[in-house]
Design a protein around this ligand. Structure first.
Ligand code: PLP
Length: 396
């Protein structure tokens, strides 16, 4: 099997599994209890916090553990909304191609009276600092822009946007779930006020994440309960998950340079191979993109059929986001970068890791080419295009 869906989730690394097993077997105390056995668990928890803070270049006190990336995103928006409402500032800026953890949360605040500006990202999938500057208003309380997109892999100018927001005194949050462990992050140097990450996107376990919040920002509670996480996030801490996350993030950050070089070379080999398929186009920016992300649209095919046939060839792929599969609507991300509906339906995302080889890449190119050719041969849409009854969207 070739696993090429790392943007949906990743394989948990062995070191994280071992650290978690040890924690569950021998370190199962509740960090809030007073006896020394539980205080040992508390120490392990704080050690993990320190490790993660080092990876993000911040203070451990600025790290709050959450149950996932979605919760961190929700809490970041809730925090800015609470601060904004108090100050009479109820305008939020984001982009049209955020993850639903942000977009659906913003929708809720819109119903509560906030005004939301979603910046356009067409056609490369990159937001410019100028666009953000133009959208800023006196009553803007938050700018939230993802670090790297989960479907098309584009990387945003985070440090520049952060500098702009800092200058204007506006909170800046970034959903860095796809970036953490894959791109260098320095929250101070990049002027980031709040940042979300999720362990299962960098070879840690599912169900655990982090919300970084710069010192001085009082987080709004999403859950009500006990005093854990210094009153910022109630609920008994998921110590094994947190330890697994810290272990995985440290390994990813320590090996970042090496894995980036390897994965980028594999990615570009894959892009080059798929680009040879006629009437296909790469989605997103060729350079400002995640090392492991390959996203294409092919004319005249249905993404779902493509996935099923690739599965039969032992390739795990995605048509876009795992969160939106199961719905028949084309991806909001592909529509946001201006792909027409009929082309957005023929999308393929291969998100690769450093476990793959050049031979795996060549097999993927061969398999996708074969499957696309077959699907076109049985597509009435494609026949219409070949017969000139329907216009092509892409050049050959
Ligand atoms: C996966 C993902 C999320 C959600 O994280 P979970 O831990 O699965 O809730 C949020 N944002 C982006 C960009 C993601 O890729």
């Amino acid at each position: 099997m070739i696993y090429a869906d790392n943007a949906a989730t990743t394989k948990v690394c062995d070191a994280a599994i071992e650290a978690m097993a040890e924690c569950m077997r021998n370190g199962y105390g509740n960090p809030s209890s007073l006896y020394s056995f539980a205080q040992d668990a508390k120490e392990v928890l704080e050690g993990a916090r320190k490790t993660i803070a080092e990876c993000l270049c911040c203070d451990p006190k600025e790290i709050t553990f959450t149950s996932c990336g979605t919760e961190a995103d929700n809490q970041a928006v809730a925090t800015a909304a609470k601060i904004g409402r108090k100050a009479g500032k109820m305008h939020i800026i984001s982009t049209a191609f955020e993850h639903h953890a942000i977009l659906h949360t913003l929708k809720r605040y819109e119903e509560e009276g906030f005004e939301i500006t979603l910046l356009d990202v067409a056609p490369t999938g990159v937001v410019s600092v100028e666009q953000v500057a133009e959208a800023l208003r006196e009553d803007t309380c938050l700018v939230t822009i993802m670090y790297a997109n989960n479907e098309i892999g584009t990387i945003q100018p985070i440090a520049e946007i952060g500098a702009l927001c800092k200058e204007r005194g506006i909170l800046f949050h970034t959903d860095a779930v796809q970036a953490a462990g894959h791109l260098p992050i320095d929250v101070k140097a990049q002027n980031i006020d709040m940042l979300s990450i999720s362990a299962h996107k960098f070879h840690g376990p599912k169900g655990v994440g982090v919300l970084y919040a710069r010192k001085g920002i009082v987080l709004a509670n999403v859950l009500e309960g006990g005093a854990q996480e210094r009153n910022r996030r109630p609920g008994t801490e998921n110590v094994p998950g947190i330890v697994g996350m810290a272990t995985a993030l440290k390994i990813a950050c320590d090996g970042l340079e090496e894995s980036t070089a390897k994965v980028t070379a594999l990615r570009d080999r894959l892009i080059e191979g798929l680009d040879r398929i006629p009437y296909s186009e790469l989605n997103g920016d060729p350079v400002k993109r995640l090392p492991g992300n390959v996203s294409f649209c092919f004319e005249g095919i249905e993404g779902e059929s493509l996935l099923l046939l690739l599965d039969a060839k032992g390739i795990c792929a995605s048509s876009g986001s795992a969160c939106t599969s199961g719905s028949l609507d084309p991806s909001h991300v592909l529509l946001a970068i201006g792909r027409p509906h009929e082309v957005a339906h023929g999308s393929l995302r291969l998100s690769i890791g450093d476990d793959l080889t050049e031979a795996d890449i060549d097999y993927m190119v061969e398999s996708v080419t074969e499957v696309v050719t077959y699907l076109r041969s049985i597509s009435p849409f494609w026949r219409d295009m070949v017969e000139g009854k329907r216009e092509h969207v892409f050049a050959e």
